[in-house]
Design a protein around this ligand. Sequence first.
Ligand code: G3P
Ligand code: CA
Length: 264
Amino acid sequence: AESLFGTPEAEQPVTIGHRGAAGTAPENTVAAFKDGRAAGADFIESDVQLSADGVPFLFHDDTPARTTNVEEVFPGRENDPITSFTWAELQQLDAGSYFSEKFVGEKIPHFNDIARVATKNTGVFMEIKSPKNSPGVEKVVADALHNDPAWIKLVEAGKVEILSFDPTSNMKFAALAPEIPLQQLSSTVPDAATLALISTFADSVGTSYRTLDQAGVDRVKAAGLEIGVYTVNDIDAMEEAVAMGVERITGDYPIQFERYLDGV
Ligand code: G3P
Ligand code: CA
């Protein structure tokens, strides 16, 4: 089939719903993951951290202030590290009401919850977020991918990738689970020497589309790595990135990508 780009469908970009589908539902909640799946995104992205008692949960920020009702439940702890809360405490927070009334009651998900929403069509891009705040998170994630039936099924279908801004965390993860595709995040494209090092443990680089130019795309590809961009929320930016050769596009409105690529 021909896409609107006039390229074969196989060359259409891989689409990734950012924090599930953060534009249409509260980020990193089951509601957002279901929106990403319903949109037909190829993957849904999320962020994993470890609670004070070692439970992996899905949350982006370093503190609960922006996206939960922490001030009602635990007054005075708004700016405490999210990783200083136990799993039982995290479960008392509402992670939906900051977005809108409609989502009151959405909880902070357990790491395994996203695997139960994902399918062989809509896989999981899992960012290991701020790993220094979650010591041991790489092993917790690798163990789940190796032992939990829902994760095993997704891994076998080629629908799980791990990513991090922290190269040390990525190297740790690569040693624990060398079979899982790995992405190095970097807000700008690294130089050629750094890319050569990245290519020893990762398969792709994810970067901000705002600073990306053709030289950056070419440099990543010359290192034998694929390239993805975040956070693309309009079609012009998507088209521009694809024209430069970007293979993966992460955005808050995956429905917008899918409608466009389907020609709707
Ligand atoms: O997929 C990469 C992207 O999620 C990185 O940025 O801040 O949204 O985690 P951030
Ligand atoms: Ca992320």
